[in-house]
Write a protein that binds this ligand. Structure first.
Ligand code: BV8
Ligand code: ZN
Length: 250
């Protein structure tokens, strides 16, 4: 079976790097499935990451996101994030589309990252949707499992919510349109660290393949691939992405 060689990155006109929680795993950010450690483990993430959960117990949900944000704040971009940022400076055109709500791609030096599921760093009012400019940095570090009352909107006194896309909420229209445009235009898509469970993001590799792109999966598990234009590279993103970058520089 032929292996994908990073040299093909140099020949690409437009590379899309599509990432899931696996790209941040080696920065110590638990993947969504593992995000419920400790006291959170009695909750199902898909149940906690919903507007209903926030309505029912906003302090519990806000506390979970503040705990996750505190983990992101102390985390560092790992070699996978850094390799992707360097690739962006090497290939003709590169678009990063992420399912992650952390800012590690940006902190690694990527610009114009398409956040399909929003971000931990753009809280907004649950009632009037205005962005929340106040500081949400806690006086003391949120601990695992601690409930924290969300701040209030200074315009309407509504509760502030995380700026993420919850299950049952539509992805921001323009964001999804931008993602689809890049995926349909690219000639090479690298999917990194995603289990492909969440819709509609999970459609992205198939859409790229249907538009003629070469698709490369980077994951700890082997992915089933079709034909000679799809590849599965098995291993850690923080090892495989730097290797692809080195091959592209040869
Ligand atoms: C929508 C933000 C229209 C929040 C997230 C069909 C059936 C049932 C339900 C649905 C359906 N179609 C749509 C739905 C509803 C739902 C859905 O998909 N449900 C799933 C559970 C079936 N989808 C939605 O609701 C979406 N909206 O469809 O709008 C609509 C409108 C109204 C009503 C209905 C529909 C919105 C989905 C957005 C949800 N928000 N994040 C937050 O973060 O709290 S998704 C969240 O989970 C993450 O962002 C991530 O995208 C996703 C999965 O997380 P993980 O599992 O942690 O990460 P990942 O999947 O990436 O897995 C980790 C992978 O990394 C693994 O493969 C692992 O092997 C690998 N890995 C680990 N370490 C490494 C590694 N790889 C390489 N190196 C390593 N070191
Ligand atoms: Zn408001």
């Amino acid at each position: 079976m032929i292996e994908f060689h990073g040299q093909r990155l140099r020949d690409a006109f437009h590379v899309v790097v599509f990432t899931g929680a696996g790209v941040s795993a080696e920065s110590g950010i638990p993947t969504f499935r593992d995000a419920l450690t400790g006291l959170w483990e009695r909750f199902d993430p898909a149940a906690l990451a919903t507007a209903d959960a926030f309505r029912n117990d906003s302090a519990l949900v806000w506390g979970w996101y503040e705990w996750r944000r505190s983990k992101v704040r102390t985390a560092k971009p790992n070699p996978a994030h850094l390799a992707i940022a360097e690739l962006a400076r090497l290939v003709a055109r590169l678009t990063v589309i992420t399912q992650n709500v952390d800012d590690l791609h940006e902190r690694a030096g990527c610009h114009g990252v398409v956040h399909l599921h929003g971000s931990l760093h753009s809280p907004r009012c649950f009632a009037c949707a205005r962005p929340y400019e106040g500081t949400t940095d806690q006086l003391n570090e949120p601990e695992d499992g601690r409930r924290i009352d969300p701040p209030r909107c200074r315009h309407c006194n509504g509760k502030v919510r995380p700026g993420v896309v919850w299950f049952g909420e539509s992805l921001p229209e323009q964001v999804w349109r931008d993602a689809l445009a890049a995926v349909k235009d690219c000639d090479l898509l690298i999917s990194v660290g995603t289990s492909g469970l969440v819709q509609p993001a999970a459609e992205i590799p198939r859409i790229a393949r249907e538009h003629g792109a070469v698709v490369v999966h980077v994951n700890l598990q082997r992915e089933s691939v079709q034909g000679e234009r799809e590849f599965s590279l098995v291993g850690k993103a923080a090892e495989i992405l730097p290797r692809l970058l080195a091959q592209a520089k040869e």
